[in-house]
Design a protein around this ligand. Structure first.
Ligand SMILES: Nc1ncnc2c1ncn2[C@@H]1O[C@H](COP(=O)(O)OP(=O)(O)OP(=O)(O)O)[C@@H](O)[C@H]1O
Length: 725
């Protein structure tokens, strides 16, 4: 049996409080801690690897596109993605109805081209983008089927490197743009790159994404203004480009940006496409100049495909065949958006617009093969050739300690530079110490001062815990999202992240309880010796860290900051009730006895009471009066315990919450919806994703298609477009 300071492990883990539940909790904590420090642990990967073909197939495609190798000379491995019969349905158990979020959607995205998925709000743009990127969150109510082909082979996003730029740009606010990119590069790029090479790479990314002018500005957040929204979006893109992805998915990259910033972001995406990336973005309603940057578009409405193919004039020519002509000087994107939107202004307009949309969707379904897949895919030999030409470096993930030091640096920069938050925390600590110090001003040694002392120490314990908890639950859910995203890229493991966070926050986190103690202690005239003052500060500091650790668990448990703000204080209230002051440990009902043992408030209160009362003499007149501090401790059922025991118990609680956080973060991996094969009826028209050969010359084909529309579709009403007025 391993010994810890002369004790056996069994004794050491003898609980948060010494037995029962405490033992179990501490044992869990120790076993998790062991896991935390043994090896880098898995990066955040999904459980659905099996969803996409077999390993051979995956390796085959991966080999063809150079998976696992990061080109440093700017070359991008070309990836063509084709999809067909993509159907995503959402079942509603209560009404037993099924709603189609995507209905038989098909399309193609090619390297060197910028594809925009356009459509009205709720038309399924983000859903389609997520399906293509393999990022559609799994839900028992969803059913997803279809065919997805990567470079001519049925495959998935696992077979190529891709970047996913989400709508929400999340960063560590106190880092500069350059630091954010450098750290991302250090975490993602192979270790064998020298510092100079890495810096050069970061500089080239800054230049490429137009971030040079703001390279040394703080990223900022809602509290402190940093870089602009457009710059944030481009920084997101830069961070995603570090791993040299073949495909870039961007979900509504212009949302929330002004027209100028939106255009700059879209120009960046266009340039990335020109560099050889396959770029797919969803966009709601771009301005004209943005629309003309697209090479291809997919038009969706109510989950149905209305058009997919080349952008610019082609869709206008296509729709003019049905009598819908885009007037001169009208933004084509607006024209298209109006054409495929349901007009809810009156019952009649809803009927007419719905009819028009259904007809257009039906028409496109009939003739999409003449518009899509006009060019054949690059041959596999072509990919192999491009692979031989490039300069490659074998990707190797940094070790545990390397990840730890990098993350420690980042956590320290974030914690120490957060001036506004630290100032508020310092002011709050001093203000609450002054308020409590004034209320309990210079307590004497009377009998009534015993109750005052207990009240003050309980309030000090509650205040310290609440301050640390609310600070943590206020920021951690957002940080967790960043960490989840980074871990999804395989940048680092959880162990180094949590340890670096704990260590980096020690100096800053300790400063506030120390300030609180330094002001309160002399004001209230607590036990006036230096060593007791030191112990007072030590106890509240450890308690503050334990409360922070609990805040991490709450933040890892719930999805949002708001939910964490609701759950955290409620949970803490339970620990306050069993904090040793309101309910005496000896009077606690048996079924609740475990709560005081795991209550950080109780242990802090107990430690503070022992520190304060031990050796104190009180004025007394009657024999039944409390004469010594030891007697006061007996009344609280704290007699016989030592400060070191309470600090150890607090440390175990801290450890327990950290390990629980680890477990929760590890278990809460995102699960993505699996793409199932479509049913045979869906695919009977065209199961092979091959270029459709047609014997007819283009003009005849067009005539045939138009006739087909005339004969097979309901007649299309002439449509008066708002944009055309
Ligand atoms: N997991 C889900 N559960 C329930 N409904 C969903 C789910 N995913 C998508 N939807 C619904 O599917 C429809 C399409 O959503 P999606 O986000 O793809 O639309 P969008 O075209 O991107 O819209 P916007 O432009 O407003 O972002 C919406 O009505 C949405 O509420």
């Amino acid at each position: 049996m391993v010994n810890f300071g002369g004790k056996k492990v069994g004794q050491v883990v003898a609980g948060i409080g010494g037995n029962g539940v405490g033992q179990v909790l501490a044992a869990v904590a120790v076993s998790l801690l062991f896991r935390l420090f043994t090896g880098p642990g898995p990066a955040l990967v999904t459980d659905d690897d099996s969803a996409y073909g077999d390993d051979d197939e995956r390796n085959d495609v991966a080999e063809a596109i150079g998976d696992g190798e990061a080109p440093v000379d700017g070359k991008v491995f070309p990836v063509t993605i084709r999809w067909q019969n993509i159907t995503c349905s959402l079942s509603d158990k209560s009404s037993k109805s099924v709603r189609f979020l995507l209905n038989n959607v098909r399309g193609e995205a090619k390297p060197g081209r910028l594809l925009a998925i356009m459509g009205p709000s709720g038309s399924g743009k983000t859903t389609l983008l997520n399906v293509l990127a393999g990022q559609l969150m799994a839900s028992p109510r969803l059913h997803l089927s279809g065919l997805l082909e990567v470079n001519g082979k049925p495959s998935s996003n696992k077979a190529y490197k891709f970047a996913y730029v989400r709508q929400e740009d999340l960063f560590f606010s106190q880092l500069t743009v350059r630091e954010t990119l450098s750290l991302a590069a250090e975490l993602q790029l192979p270790e064998i790159l020298s510092v100079e090479e890495r810096d050069e790479y970061v500089n080239s990314l800054l230049f490429k994404l137009g971030l040079v002018s703001c390279a040394d500005s703080n990223v900022g957040d809602a509290k402190v203004r940093g870089i602009s929204g457009g710059e944030k979006k481009r920084l997101s893109l830069a961070c995603e480009l570090i791993a040299s992805p073949s495909v870039i998915y961007a979900d509504e990259p212009t949302t929330g940006l002004d027209a100028f910033q939106a255009e700059k972001v879209m120009e960046t995406l266009r340039q990335l496409a020109q560099d050889g990336h396959t770029v797919i973005c969803s966009i709601h309603q771009p301005r004209g100049s943005v629309y003309f940057k697209f090479d291809d578009i997919v038009l969706l409405t109510e989950g149905k495909l209305v058009y997919a193919g080349p952008a610019r004039d082609e869709p206008l020519a296509y729709f003019s065949r049905f009598g819908y002509t885009c007037p001169d000087h009208v933004n084509p994107a607006e024209f298209l958006a109006d054409l495929i939107s349901v007009d809810y202004s009156s019952a009649e307009s809803v009927y007419l617009s719905q009819k028009r949309i259904d007809s257009l969707a039906e028409s496109f379904l009939q003739q999409s093969s003449t518009i899509l897949y006009a060019s054949p895919l690059i041959s596999r030999e072509g990919y192999k050739k491009s692979k031989l030409q490039k300069r490659t470096i074998v990707k190797k993930k940094g070790g545990w300690w390397r990840q730890f030091w990098l993350l420690l640096r980042r956590a320290w920069m974030q914690a120490s530079r957060d001036g506004p938050t630290n100032k508020v925390r310092a002011r709050m600590s001093i203000a609450s110490a002054i308020i409590f110090g004034s209320v309990f001003w210079r307590m004497g040694r009377s009998q009534t001062s015993i109750q005052d002392r207990m009240g003050l120490l309980q309030v000090a314990a509650i205040n310290t815990a609440m301050a640390a908890l609310t600070k943590t639950v206020g920021v951690f859910p957002k940080e967790r999202t960043i960490v989840d995203r980074e871990r999804a890229k395989g940048s680092y493991a959880l162990g180094p992240y949590l340890l670096s966070k704990l260590i980096a926050e020690i100096p800053v986190g300790a400063a506030f309880p120390l300030m609180f103690g330094a002001v309160l202690y002399p004001m209230a005239r607590l036990h006036p010796t230096l060593s007791r003052f030191g112990k007072f500060c030590g106890i509240v500091t450890v308690e503050s860290f334990a409360a922070s650790a609990m805040g991490l668990t709450v933040g890892a448990m719930v999805p949002t900051t708001e939910a964490a703000m609701a759950v955290g204080p409620s949970l803490m209230t339970v620990f306050i009730v069993f904090g040793g002051y309101y309910v005496n440990a000896d009077n606690t009902p048996i079924i609740f006895r475990w709560i005081p043992r795991v209550s950080l408030i109780r242990w802090a209160f107990q430690g503070l009471c022992i520190n304060e009362f031990l050796g104190l003499q009180f004025d007394h007149q009657h024999s039944f009066d409390i004469q010594t501090g030891e007697q006061a401790l007996e009344r609280l059922s704290f007699g016989g315990s030592r400060i070191s025991d309470t600090v150890m118990a607090q440390s175990r609680i801290l450890l327990f919450w950290y390990c629980t956080t680890y477990l929760l973060l590890e278990k809460k991996k995102p699960k993505y919806q699996q793409l199932e094969l479509p049913n045979p009826e869906q695919t009977q028209q065209k199961i092979q994703l091959e270029p459709l050969e047609t014997d007819l010359p283009p003009e005849k084909e067009q005539i045939k298609s138009t006739r087909q529309v005339e004969s097979e579709s309901p007649p299309l009403d002439m449509y008066n477009l708002e944009g055309a007025k």
